[in-house]
Design a protein around this ligand. Sequence first.
Ligand code: TYD
Ligand code: MG
Length: 454
Amino acid sequence: MAKPISAFTCTACGASHRKWAGRCDACGAWNTIIEEAPLSQGPGRGLGTLKGKPIPLSGLATQEAPPPRAHSGIAELDRVLGGGLVPGSAILVGGDPGIGKSTLLLQAAAAFARAGQQAIYVSGEEASAQVRMRAQRLGLGDAPVRLGAETALRDILTTLDAERPDVAVIDSIQTLWSDRIEAAPGSVAQVRAAAHELVTFAKRRGTAVILVGHVTKEGQIAGPRVVEHMVDTVLYFEGERGHQFRILRAHKSRFGPADEIGVFEMTGGGLAEVANPSALFLSERGEASAGSAVFAGIEGTRPVLTEVQALVAPSTLASPRRTVVGLDGGRVSTILAVLEARCAIPFAGLDVFLNVAGGMRVNEPAADLAIAAALLSAREDVALPAEAVLFGEISLSGALRPVAQAENRLKEAQKLGFSRAILPSATKVEGLAAMRIDRIADLTGFVGETFGAG
Ligand code: TYD
Ligand code: MG
């Protein structure tokens, strides 16, 4: 007899559990496990009888033309899609509610439609009139996008099958419901079933399907992670509520480089492209001040400069604060430990606040040196040279490791007026005569040279 499928599911990551728990073992989220009706196994057809039909198999050497891509003309979007939209691909766009997903995809649908693609936008959250009003406010009223407002999966699929558009936007996956599943809309079972049907449709009919998914912190609604494995491309739309910058980041991509980012600015007239993100992220940087370090990073295929800001202050708490925004907290703890253990610079009794200016997230280990420099500069109250950028990975021994694409990083820095770079000594750099390059072997050496102590 088939094993019954466990009835408890995590709404954040989709993991199944035998019994309820406050915290999901699989993803660590709290209060996300809910009980769902067990899925029925369907009419039993044991694999022992092998009644399937043979599938066609082919060799690896067959010549496949690269997929033709549709361009929206929104360069930041096309880049994140790996150079344009691949027909028949399934794309998930996740993000916090209110971050601007609907705005972005309405603009994208309009751009594809204006570029000659057949585009359909189905909203399960807003009435057509509401979407139309927004489109007109954004100056998209003339774009030949066809709108629908519907949540019934069967009706949406029937419509798409009849219309055969090139692009279909479904906003959002959590509002859809299939009459074949006995579960509430937004439940893991419904969200998975809807995504599966839509992805299958995309593959069969060659329509590029873009699914919108709200990131949910906890509760009864399934998050976009539960369908990540089904789609070709997973994009997350990130940004701090208080900032106008928005970053579209490729987390998974079958048709392009992962980690590629597109940078947008939320304006009164919708999302505007930011062609030079480095200039934007550094725009609020004033005179050289203690605690500020400029990191020359790479996001996907593109160099991006960001400012790492640190504040170090005496703490009144038994275990001092470590508040980190836009950087990996674990990485920061490691750097603090290396500074203590290898350079004898203690941070005990000190509150540490770290932040990346402009609401950007930096995940690269190459940011280690800039983080350490910002921390030291804040602690010693000594400003770093304002004309310098930094990059380099710090190992647990305190040694500095070279990182990839040093020249791209330096060229971008030079373009933005930086004349000096502090980087690991093993870095290979050629043809940048105009830049002063300070090579450092380890963190202790850096501390000695920059702050005159060790
Ligand atoms: P929306 O696209 O509805 O977010 P999501 O679909 O991710 O939930 O965006 C909503 C926010 O964007 C809202 O707070 C208002 C803001 N916004 C602008 O600032 N300018 C605009 O032109 C538009 C359409 C929205
Ligand atoms: Mg929306």
